[in-house]
Design a protein around this ligand. Structure first.
Ligand code: SF4
Length: 356
């Protein structure tokens, strides 16, 4: 089918497609086009980042959340969730433990938990940065005001992850209660960019009600936002949510989209997510081969890991971080890539900051 080949060429040459072209590409996806896109996308990743795969040490410090997103295992409405919070000391100890293992990016992730005031977050950020000035601190703590984001940035936080979830307002309303809006979420992302964070957006693949039109709009939104990081992973149902009986997102569609994203935003930092590793034992390796270049092993204390269950059957909840690192090093090495522990900044952002 010549037309699909034309679309692929256009994607590779320009990094841009129209909404109609994206939909057509998705509708005509087959193993051949998937393999071709993976080859092109991994070549682009190598051109910018070599065979390096960056690791981020993930600390899931609270599973309390004031929100009730219908797909999420730690939403406030889930009375079966066993809640926990790490103290400021426990968080900084985890960060130091990760530093000792070689991690130079620490990701602080949690539900939207009012227990941690802005002042507390500022203290945590400052204390990690003071002890380890060469570490990049990434936050993933949800929607906040412009002022809060600015305070975190001024305290030394470098990056912020906030998946936009879905760019389509109607689809957003099917996944979230009325008090949450796609509009505010997108505004948060623009605020983060404006403040100067390396900003991460993203969405679930195969979330309930998602259409190819939605995915096309997600990709166009990402192209317009031009984030430094993009996190996509398959939707995986959680037994205590509204969507318990929905089917999980598709491995191959997720891999296909990783390749499309790499081609649309060549320098983006793109994780092969834990969710990808959960739906397929080789999911993370396949993600790297499709154009991803980041993995995020867990640094949270083993005792709390299972409790941070956004979805069912999450992998790597039992091993110590050191074991996880060794396992990942072997897995990534086996496919010809190398785990590196430097900060792993987005190269476009870094060049801009250095005035090149
Ligand atoms: S998706 Fe995030 S904001 Fe929504 S309930 Fe889960 S942790 Fe809270």
């Amino acid at each position: 089918m010549a037309e699909i080949q034309d679309i692929i060429h256009k994607l590779c040459d320009t990094g841009s497609l129209t909404r109609e072209e994206i939909i057509r590409l998705l509708e005509n996806r087959d193993s051949e086009t998937q393999a071709l896109l993976a080859e092109k996308a991994s070549a682009v990743a190598r051109e910018h980042y070599g065979n390096k795969v960056f690791v981020r040490g993930l600390i899931e410090f609270t599973n309390y959340c004031k929100n009730d997103c219908y797909y999420c295992g730690i939403r406030c409405g889930n009375k079966n969730a066993e809640r926990y919070r790490l103290s400021v000391e426990e968080i900084t100890e985890c960060a130091s433990y990760g530093y000792g293992l070689g991690f130079r990016t620490i990701v602080l992730q949690g539900g939207e938990d009012r227990f941690y005031t802005d002042d507390m977050m500022v203290d945590i950020i400052k204390s990690i940065k003071k002890e380890h000035p060469d570490v990049a601190v990434t936050l993933s703590i949800g929607e906040k005001s412009f002022e809060s984001y600015k305070a975190f940035f001024d305290a030394g936080a470098d990056r912020y992850l906030l998946r936009h979830e879905t760019a389509d307002f109607d689809h957003y309303a099917k996944l979230h209660p009325k008090n949450l809006s796609a509009e505010n979420r997108q505004q948060c992302l623009y605020n983060l960019k404006k403040i100067g964070f390396q900003t991460g957006a993203g969405f679930m693949v195969g979330s309930p009600y998602q259409t190819f039109e939605n995915i096309a709009d997600d990709l166009l939104f990402l192209k317009k936002l031009d984030p430094e990081m993009i996190g996509i992973g398959p939707f995986i149902p959680h037994k205590d949510t509204v969507f318990a009986d929905e089917k999980a997102g598709d491995l191959n569609l997720t891999l296909f989209l990783l390749s499309v994203i790499r081609l649309m935003l060549p320098t983006v930092l793109l994780p092969a997510t834990t969710a990808l590793g959960t739906i397929d034992p080789r999911g993370r390796e396949l993600g790297i081969l499709a154009g991803a270049n980041v993995v995020m092993p867990n640094l949270s204390p083993v005792g709390v890991r299972k409790k941070y269950a956004l979805y069912d059957n999450k992998i790597c909840t039992g091993e110590e971080a050191a074991e996880c690192m060794n396992c990942l090093k072997n897995r990534i090495g086996n496919i010809g890539y190398e785990i590196v522990t430097d900060r792993g900044d987005n190269i476009k952002y870094k060049s801009m900051k250095e005035g090149k």
